[in-house]
Design a protein around this ligand. Structure first.
Ligand code: TXA
Ligand code: MG
Length: 352
């Protein structure tokens, strides 16, 4: 399949309008279109068309019981795909939508099983990104979109990375440059009974537990389902089905280090055993670490910068001849919770 690639970095230009119209036309025809959001790139398909959604799973190589998020441009579009808006959801809409957050609500009858994996709930998100918004509005549809990567790879944060993973497999790529946040949206289960004033965070992201706590009485954190639990067939249902799948693991095993000293000591030990080691380092530590394979995560004081570049850094080492990787941890506060969640998955929980 020939993948059409459009530059949509300049809203307001004629080229931009033409690209959006073509993308919308492809979506309405049941084809797949990758597009930027403020978090990561999404791989979009017609969210009301089961066949288009099945194409998404096929293009990504994704298990079909891992449900998709439906993206809408406004509240009118949102209300068509849910059967009920709970009180907690109303509060979240008012405070954080549009923005980097996804809410789980009871689904309406028009949502195909291919989107929800047969669940009676649906994940809805209203991106705050002009290309995403314009594309959804022009298509006139809710757009089903997982991250636009081959399953098992880190989510893409720029157009070139989408192209490397998906060129030849999808209809078009809207290249809008680098995304703002660099990690996926916060997922919040808002299906508690009205009056409960409780939500559960299924996946941490840019909208933090602290931010939710300012408007909701009780903010719970979903217990992570470990790989061991999944393998032993334990009955506790994971609340975000995606949580049970092995997530991105770099080609070379990644270990997290509690501090700079631990990281450097482990680096020296591995080097003395003849290993090639890749180092991810805070910008502050980068200049005085003499290593052949190293890259900067950004300043330890700037978690937004670290989140924005994280997936690209991990992909970078996949191209290098390293046997293993070492990366420092960040404090589990604010955006650091989401960064540590992704690093935890990428490292399979290995920490020294
Ligand atoms: O930032 C994001 O959320 C990006 C952009 C493209 O919007 N999308 C994204 O989609 O990260 P994806 O498919 O990579 O992750 C969606 C997650 C999966 O873990 C899935 O299991 C969960 O959302 N999910 C979807 N529907 C659900 C539902 N009804 N109940 C619980 N979890 C659900
Ligand atoms: Mg994903």
């Amino acid at each position: 399949m020939n993948t059409e690639i459009f530059n949509v970095k300049n809203p307001g230009t004629e080229g931009y309008s033409r690209a959006i119209s073509r993308g919308a036309e492809l979506l309405r025809a049941g084809e797949l279109v990758a597009f930027p959001t403020e978090t990561v790139y999404g791989l979009g398909g017609n969210g009301l068309d089961g066949a288009a959604c099945r194409k998404i799973y096929e293009a990504k190589g994704r298990p079909s019981d891992n449900p998709l998020i439906l993206h809408v441009a406004d509240f009118e579009g949102l209300k068509k795909i849910v059967s009920r808006v709970t009180e907690t959801a109303e509060k979240i809409f008012a405070a954080f939508m549009p923005g980097p957050i996804t809410v789980i609500l009871p689904r309406s009858a028009c949502v195909p099983d291919a989107v929800t994996g047969g669940l009676d709930t649906v994940a809805v998100r209203m991106p705050d990104q002009p290309v995403a918004r314009d594309l959804i509005l022009a298509a006139g549809l809710p757009v089903a979109a997982p991250s636009a990567n081959i399953s098992g790879r880190p989510s893409p944060t720029n157009g070139e990375t989408v192209s490397r993973d998906l060129s030849g497999r999808i209809g078009a790529i809207m290249d809008g440059g680098s995304t703002d946040w660099g990690i996926e949206s916060t997922i919040v289960d808002c299906t508690e009974a009205d009056g409960a004033d409780t939500v559960t965070i299924l996946r941490p992201g840019a909208v933090t537990a602290e931010m939710l706590g300012e408007i909701i009485g009780t903010v719970k954190q979903a217990a992570p389902t470990s790989a061991a639990e999944t393998e032993s067939g334990l009955k506790r249902a994971p609340m975000a089905p995606g949580m049970k799948y092995t997530h991105y693991a770099p080609k070379s095993p990644l270990t997290l280090a509690a501090d700079k000293e631990t990281l450097l000591k482990e680096y020296q030990r591995r080097r003395s055993e003849g290993e090639q080691v890749g180092l991810l380092l805070f910008a502050e530590d980068y200049p005085d670490c003499e290593a052949e394979y190293k890259c900067s995560l950004g300043s330890r004081a700037n978690l937004r910068e670290i989140a924005a570049g994280l997936y690209d850094r991990l992909r970078y080492f996949d191209e290098l001849p390293v046997d293993s990787l070492l990366c420092p941890i960040v404090p589990r506060e604010g955006l650091g919770v989401a960064i540590m969640n992704r690093l935890g998955k990428a490292s399979g929980g290995r920490m020294i």
